[in-house]
Design a protein around this ligand. Structure first.
Ligand SMILES: NC(=O)c1ccc[n+]([C@@H]2O[C@H](COP(=O)([O-])OP(=O)(O)OC[C@H]3O[C@@H](n4cnc5c(N)ncnc54)[C@H](OP(=O)(O)O)[C@@H]3O)[C@@H](O)[C@H]2O)c1
Length: 315
């Protein structure tokens, strides 16, 4: 069968023939129909993620949509790779896809949908009426964050990003305002300050944009006050590090936590979240745009900027 195979960390995967997967005990074969290309796939293959594989060659991809032997249409995960015509999975790693939802959006929504909802609800404990800033709002996950923040009752949602076309589209997704990140830093600081404070920041960027935002927090007097800004670190598109001045932590209510595999909700809660996210997309209440590409073109599209649209590979 054909698959996208990584031969060395840092290389592009190759579209080539591999042996059919052999199910182990408790596993079954799934016929793959749609496989999202996420930034997680890219950093795993680049060797820059803490979970990058040591044993290569290996089939890329961690989740996809497919059909089990009995015809059930599922979103599934597989540690053996999913960017292939067939993969192995276990029933407990499968979530049935609601009727009316196409394979491609179902495949695309799992990673940004579940992680964003969990970041807002589980890590930030977002309450109705709070003000939310999304750093990296022009990305696939950022666009989901704008929609879910509004759905979870935020009173104001501000999206920050660079791409002007995608930034402009955030209003129709529920953003109350947008901020251009590619402006001089003094102007960017002024734009953040003009918003008057945020309760929750969902951060897909880190690096310099997040440093500039953090620099707008803090006070220069010794008045006693209580404030909280819960910054949820989710992605590192703009850098792996930030400088965090101690005085900001003492003179503001900044709280920094991450969301990822190391601090995820219990599996049953995640499964419930996934079901809710799939139902929202199926009902047209959560939008994710997809770009269908044949798996044979995996190399050509691997590093393309997705511009707010998720590439979904079709075996
Ligand atoms: N922890 C988790 O569970 C989890 C789950 C999902 C995603 N993530 C991570 O979240 C991040 C975003 O994912 P995604 O799917 O939304 O990616 P994406 O669709 O590729 O979007 C990338 C975003 O990053 C922005 N960006 C890239 N380089 C930048 C730079 N140098 N300065 C400022 N902005 C920059 C882009 O802005 P413009 O397009 O405006 O230029 C865009 O908003 C990734 O790091 C991903 O791995 C983590």
């Amino acid at each position: 069968m054909k698959a996208a195979v990584l031969h060395a960390l840092g290389e592009l995967p190759r579209f080539e023939d591999v042996p059919e997967p052999v199910p182990g005990e408790g596993q079954e074969i799934v016929h793959v129909t749609a496989c999202p290309l996420t930034n997680l796939d890219r950093v795993l293959a680049a060797g820059t993620h803490f979970a990058s594989r040591a044993e290569l060659p290996a089939v890329c991809g961690t989740l996809a949509v497919g059909r089990l032997a009995d015809g059930l249409r599922v979103l599934f995960r597989s540690p053996g790779g999913t960017m292939a015509e067939r993969a192995v999975t276990r029933r407990e790693w499968c979530t049935p896809i609601p009727d009316g939802l196409d394979d491609e959006p179902a495949a695309a929504i799992q990673n940004p949908g579940v992680s964003t909802w969990a970041a807002l609800e589980w890590r930030a404990k977002l309450r109705a009426g709070e003000r939310v800033l999304v750093l990296g709002a022009t990305g696939v996950a950022g666009r989901i964050a704008v929609q879910l923040a509004e759905r979870l009752g935020a009173s104001r949602v501000v999206g920050a990003g660079r791409n002007p076309r995608v930034l402009a589209s955030l209003r129709e997704l529920g953003a109350d305002a947008t901020i251009r990140l590619d402006q001089p830093e003094d102007a960017l600081r002024a734009a953040f300050r003009a918003e008057g404070g945020f309760d929750v920041v969902v951060d897909y960027l880190w690096g310099r944009p997040t440093e500039v935002f953090i620099s707008t927090l803090g006070s220069s007097d010794m008045e006693l006050r209580f404030s909280r800004t819960r910054l949820i670190q989710v992605g590192t598109m703009a850098g792996a590090q930030v400088a965090l001045p101690a005085e900001i932590l003492r003179s503001s209510g900044l709280e920094v936590v991450g969301f990822g595999t190391g601090n995820a909700p219990p599996a049953a809660d995640l499964a419930r979240l996934l079901g809710r996210v799939l139902d929202l997309v199926a009902g047209g209440d959560l939008r994710i745009d997809v770009n269908r590409v044949p798996l044979a073109q995996v190399q050509e599209v691997w590093n393309l900027d997705q511009k707010g649209t998720r590439t979904v590979l079709i075996p």
